[in-house]
Design a protein around this ligand. Structure first.
Ligand SMILES: Cc1ncc(COP(=O)(O)O)c(C=O)c1O
Length: 356
């Protein structure tokens, strides 16, 4: 394994107390960096003090968006220990995104080890308050300078980390969601399954309109027929129809959420009926009319589980479970956060302890 050079900071960064933490506003003391050249491959792994990069204005990433990223978390248990939640799955997904964006893959074991070293070095930044966590953001950008649409010959991988506040400071907050029939996020064969900035750029205008209308997030329909539900903002989405838990299938248009997978595996373990299948707006409206649309929730690293109170389709507005959090939603949230914070046993091996 190549050596990891470590240069410790001599100017520690300003801390923010746990109750004042937001999302992605403050960053820890150190950053992990690797560079890629065609001759040497991924090399020069190093941890340095957090700080800006200098890049030529003609750098390819600025012009053609050749970049991928990830997002996962470190949690601190009551006893002070630190775990990462499913880091190997996130690094594998980073490589899957690389494949779609013509970015050379990384050695996953090397990256995981380097990230562990980074978290240990900045361990004091992992918040101690339940609900808070350390968000870990690996990213790869094309660094070759020169215009012309082509895959870059050089890349930079880096990982920054941000202590983040409790998502549900005042308790579970069911959200209002607007179904977008105007904009499309992804189509089969496109970028939808990759975690790449273009997907988020494509979502901005729709989310801006949704927020202006008083909604929290946008629910995307399939980009071709505009009939089937896909995902929400930065979350996958689940519908409880009677005794069936339904979520969109992985057909290349949505991100294969790690939380989505955790929900599916927990639901299977509990003996629930889970379907990864196409679910049309018509079927949702019919289920609601028949009283079978019992729960709707999003799943993702940031919120873990996000209950949905209202879904707005064009002129139709559906209240879900009278705006209250459903039983499956509550149980999934408590179980997942319980596993993450070491309050309940992890039978799946999802948590990777990195400090006792
Ligand atoms: C578009 C999109 N869908 C779904 C998710 C949920 O994925 P995960 O559960 O791995 O965080 C995310 C967040 O990463 C996302 O950005």
């Amino acid at each position: 394994m190549p050596t990891l050079q470590i240069t410790r900071t001599t100017a520690p960064r300003l801390r923010v107390a746990d109750p004042d933490l937001g999302f992605g506003q403050v960053f820890t003391d150190h950053i992990l960096v690797l560079d890629y050249t065609q001759e040497a491959g991924w090399q020069n792994a190093r941890i340095e003090p957090y700080g800006p990069f200098t890049l030529d204005p003609a750098t390819l990433v600025f012009h053609y968006g050749q970049a991928v990223f990830e997002g996962f978390k470190a949690f601190r248990s009551d006893s002070g220990g630190i775990v990462l939640f499913r880091p190997a799955d996130h690094i594998a997904r980073l490589n899957a995104s690389c494949g779609r964006l013509c970015i050379p893959p990384l050695d996953e074991a090397l990256v995981l080890n380097a990230v562990k070293t980074l978290v240990r070095l900045d361990a004091d930044w992992v918040p101690r308050t339940f609900g808070c966590s350390l968000y870990i953001r690996p990213c790869i950008i094309a660094t070759e300078a020169g215009l012309g649409v082509r895959p870059s010959k050089t890349y930079r991988f880096f990982t920054i980390m941000s202590p983040v506040g409790a998502y549900y400071r005042e308790g579970f907050r069911p959200v209002r969601i607007l179904v977008s029939d105007r904009y499309a996020r992804a189509v089969k064969g496109g970028l939808g399954a990759a975690k790449t900035p273009a997907n988020y750029a494509a979502s901005l205008l729709a989310e801006q309109d949704a927020k202006a209308a008083g909604f929290t997030q946008v629910l995307w329909l399939d980009g071709v027929e505009r009939r089937y539900v896909e995902e929400v903002g930065t979350m996958n989405i689940f519908f409880r129809l009677g005794d069936e838990l339904v979520t969109a299938p992985l057909e290349g248009t949505i991100l294969a959420g790690i939380t989505r997978d955790s929900v599916i595996r927990l639901a299977h373990q509990w003996g629930l009926r889970v379907s990864e299948r196409r679910l049309s707006v018509a079927e949702i409206l019919e289920a609601h009319a028949g009283g079978r649309l019992q729960e709707v929730f999003g799943s993702g690293t940031a919120a873990v589980i996000s209950p949905v109170a209202e879904l707005r389709f064009a002129e139709r507005s559906l209240m879900i479970n009278q705006g209250r959090v459903g039983a499956w939603t509550q149980r999934l949230f408590e179980t997942l956060t319980g596993i993450q914070y070491g309050k309940i046993e992890d039978p799946f091996g999802w948590t990777l302890p990195i400090l006792p």
